[in-house]
Design a protein around this ligand. Structure first.
Ligand SMILES: [Zn+2]
Length: 420
C-alpha cells in the first residue's frame, strides 16, 4: 500500500460557505475535546459550492489556517477537496490535504471484460461462505453475484485509482488523506457490496482512510434521517465489521473508517451510530456542510434589526425561485410546498418566530422542516448579496458564532460520541 497522511480516529467535516465561521466551528471541536470527544476538524467545500458562491479553494485553506492560529489549536486539521473528479481536482491540489474522490457517476458502467474477469479470478475468497467476525449470518455469494457487483463498481474504483495517482504525483502520497465517496447515487450499497468495493480499492493501491457509501434511508439536507432506523443500525454495524475485516484481509490502512455524508442533523441515528462505533471501537468521519450556513441565518434573525431584515429578504427571494433552487437537490430534500409560509407572512414575523421555524429543534411546535430545507438550498441568495451579507455576519459575529458553535457541539458532537 502507498504511504499516506494519517487521519485521526474521530473527525468532523464542516462546511463554511462564506468562510466567516472557522473560529466558531473550531470552538465546537475544542469544547468536545475537553470532554474527551477528540474530533479532528476538517473544513470541506466542493467544487459545486465554490462555483455557486464564486470562491476559490485558497479561501478555504486561508480561513482554516486563520481559525487555527487565532484559537491556538495544536492538533491536526485538514482541508477537504469535497466531491472532486479528475476534471475538477487540479485547482484544489495546492490547498487541500484531504481529497474526497467522487466516482458515483461511474457506478453501473461496465468495466472492460478482461479486468472484470481478472478481478474475479484474483479474489476467490469473495465467493462462497464469507464469515466475518461480529456478523451473525455469514454472507453467501456466488461467482455470478461477485461478477455482477464487481461489474457495477469496478470501473468506478479504477477511476478513483486514476484520480488518486494524479493527486499523489502532484502532491506526494505522504501529504494527503484519501476518501472515496459513492453516496450521490441511486441505491444504497449493502455490506457484501462494500466488501467487494474495498477489495477493488486495495487492488488499486489506494490508501483509503474514509469511505462514504450510500446508506439505506434518506439523508435529506439539514433535517433528520428518514427511514428504518433499525435497518440502518444493522447495516451500519455490518459495514463496520466489513471494514475491520477488509483492513486485515487486504492490508488497507488501519485508520480506514466510514464517512457519513449529509451527516448533520440526523439526530435519530446518532445513538445507533454511537452504539455501533463503541462495539467496534471504530472511528468515524461525519461530514456536515449547510448546517452552519443555516446557523448564520438563525444568528442574523436572532440579532433582529438589519440582521432579521436580511434573513427575511433571503427567504422572500428563495420563495420566488423555489423550483429553480430545489431542482439540483431533488434527491436530497423533501419540501412540502403547502407548509412554506408566504414571504408576506414571514415579513411580519418577530425574531423569535423566524428562529423557531428555522432552528432544528423538533420539540418546538413552530419548527418547520420545509422552511428549513428551502433556506438550506438557498445560500446562493446570500452570495448574491455580497458585501452586505458579509458585513452583517461581521456586525453580528458574536451571536452568529454562538449559534454555529452550539449547533455543532450540543446537537452533533455530544450525542454522537458522548451520548448526551
Ligand atoms: Zn456527499
Amino acid at each position: 500500500m502507498n504511504t499516506f497522511l494519517p487521519l485521526g480516529k474521530y473527525s468532523f467535516g464542516m462546511g463554511d460557505r462564506f468562510a466567516h465561521q472557522g473560529k466558531a466551528q473550531l470552538q465546537a471541536c475544542i469544547l468536545a475535546t475537553k470532554l474527551g470527544a477528540n474530533f479532528i476538524p476538517v473544513w470541506n467545500k466542493s467544487n459545486r459550492e465554490h462555483t455557486f458562491i464564486g470562491t476559490e479553494p485558497a479561501s478555504t485553506r486561508g480561513a482554516a489556517d486563520a481559525a487555527v492560529k487565532a484559537l491556538g489549536w495544536t492538533q491536526p486539521y485538514h482541508v477537504d477537496a469535497d466531491h472532486i473528479r479528475l476534471e475538477t481536482v487540479d485547482k484544489f491540489i495546492p490547498h487541500s490535504d484531504f481529497f474526497t474522490i467522487d466516482v458515483a457517476d461511474s457506478i453501473g458502467k461496465a468495466p472492460p471484460a478482461a479486468s472484470l474477469a481478472a478481478f474475479v479470478t484474483r479474489h476467490p475468497e469473495l465467493i462462497g461462505t464469507i464469515a466475518i467476525p461480529h456478523i451473525d449470518q455469514p454472507f453467501h455469494t456466488t461467482r455470478e453475484y461477485v461478477e455482477n457487483i464487481a461489474g457495477k463498481f469496478l470501473l468506478a474504483v479504477q477511476e478513483a485509482g486514476v484520480i488518486y495517482r494524479h493527486i499523489a504525483q502532484a502532491k506526494g502520497a505522504a501529504n494527503f488523506i484519501t476518501e472515496v465517496s459513492m453516496d450521490e447515487t441511486d441505491s444504497p450499497q449493502t455490506p457484501p457490496e462494500l466488501l467487494i468495493i474495498l477489495a477493488a480499492i486495495a487492488d488499486e493501491q489506494i490508501p483509503i482512510q474514509t469511505i462514504a457509501p450510500k446508506f439505506t434511508g434518506r439523508f435529506n439536507k439539514g433535517v433528520d434521517y428518514v427511514g428504518d432506523v433499525k435497518q440502518f443500525e444493522k447495516e451500519f454495524t455490518e459495514d463496520l465489521a466489513v471494514i475491520g475485516f477488509a483492513i486485515k484481509k487486504y492490508g488497507l490502512p488501519a485508520s480506514l473508517k466510514l464517512s457519513v455524508h449529509s451527516g448533520s442533523d440526523k439526530f435519530s441515528i446518532y445513538a445507533p451510530m454511537r452504539r455501533a462505533l463503541q462495539q467496534f471501537d471504530a472511528g468515524v468521519h461525519i461530514k456536515t456542510a449547510g448546517t452552519t450556513w443555516l446557523e448564520e441565518l438563525i444568528g442574523l434573525a436572532e440579532a433582529g434589526g438589519d440582521g432579521l431584515e436580511i434573513a427575511k429578504e433571503i427567504y422572500a427571494y428563495a420563495m420566488e425561485h423555489v423550483d429553480e433552487f430545489c431542482a439540483p437537490y431533488a434527491s436530497v430534500i423533501d419540501i412540502d410546498k403547502a407548509k412554506l409560509p408566504s414571504a408576506a407572512a414571514v415579513n411580519g414575523w418577530t425574531s423569535a418566530q423566524f428562529v423557531n421555524a428555522l432552528r432544528h429543534d423538533q420539540k418546538n411546535p413552530e419548527y418547520n422542516p420545509s422552511f428549513r430545507q428551502l433556506l438550506h438550498v438557498s445560500f446562493k441568495v446570500a452570495a448574491k448579496k455580497g458585501e452586505r451579507y458579509l458585513n452583517a455576519l461581521k456586525k453580528h459575529e458574536v451571536i452568529v458564532g454562538r449559534n454555529v458553535t452550539e449547533n455543532l457541539f450540543v446537537r452533533h458532537m455530544k450525542p454522537l460520541l458522548l451520548g448526551q
